[in-house]
Design a protein around this ligand. Sequence first.
Ligand code: ZN
Length: 72
Amino acid sequence: MPRRGPLMSYYACRSCKAIFALTPDKEKKCPVCGSRDISNDWSGLVIILDLNSSIAKILGVSKPGRYALKVR
Ligand SMILES: [Zn+2]
């Protein structure tokens, strides 16, 4: 039976640290890099707007977006 309304969980990618929401019917993979190595056990949310900022360099991100500081 179809569920009414999406039940979203937030996952973080272990390869690129991107944070994204998934509904139970969606394939469990990262929409940014395509990795299936994702986790819902993460902490620290940063929003990267400027790729030249030092936090973007520390995290090694290649595009603006939401990232986790720690993915377990
Ligand atoms: Zn990824």
